[in-house]
Write a protein that binds this ligand. Structure first.
Ligand code: SF4
Ligand code: SF4
Length: 175
């Protein structure tokens, strides 16, 4: 079989399942504008609020707030309609970069699972694949962490919205 160049087949498989689409403030504003919603309504209707417990240096922990796109009872993103992304023009940065997010390059288990589920990665010429995540992804996360530090780790303050009680994901649940 002749290896082909990578090209997303728009099958929607990466919009269903365990993974979550993490949202940065710009993602939320873009989606809210696209849908004609206030930021508060966007957050209330389409997101879930998480706090991740992550290591911070050798002995400490940091608790980072994130909003993620909500999923339905079958683990499908709320914006997946008839197998396609209904907010394609305004989809979050992480969705635009999928499947080549950081974990694809840094986490063997993740890489194997994505290669199994994404049809565009089958029989593909490895030379056509990126060798690392987009530099913009690391920049985005760095800017987000700076913003959190500047705002006492309060997403409510950053976004000017009211959030429900978060679901806290401990390090043990994350690994
Ligand atoms: S926003 Fe679109 S691309 Fe992103 S997970 Fe939802 S349906 Fe998929
Ligand atoms: S699973 Fe692969 S082919 Fe399907 S939409 Fe996601 S990136 Fe594209």
């Amino acid at each position: 079989m002749v290896a082909r160049a990578y090209s997303c087949l728009r099958c929607g498989a990466c919009c269903v399942g365990d993974g979550s689409a993490f949202l940065y403030p710009d993602d939320l504003r873009t989606l809210a504008g696209h849908l004609g919603l206030s930021l508060q309504t966007m957050v209330d209707r389409h997101t879930d609020y998480l706090i991740l417990e992550l290591p911070d240096g050798p002995n400490g922990w940091v608790y980072l707030p994130y909003l993620i796109l909500r999923k339905d009872s079958k683990e499908r993103c709320v914006f997946l309609k008839e197998g396609l992304c209904s907010v394609h023009a305004a989809k979050p940065a992480q969705c635009r970069e999928t499947p080549f997010v950081d974990e694809f390059f840094s986490d063997d288990e993740w890489n194997a699972a994505v290669r199994k589920s994404c049809p565009a990665l089958r029989d593909v010429d490895p030379a056509t694949l990126p060798k690392s995540a987009a530099p913009a992804a690391a920049d985005r996360e760095r800017r987000y962490l700076e913003l959190l530090r500047e705002n006492s780790y309060s997403l409510e303050k950053i976004l000017g919205v009211t959030l429900p009680a978060p679901r806290i994901l401990t390090r043990a649940e994350l690994s």
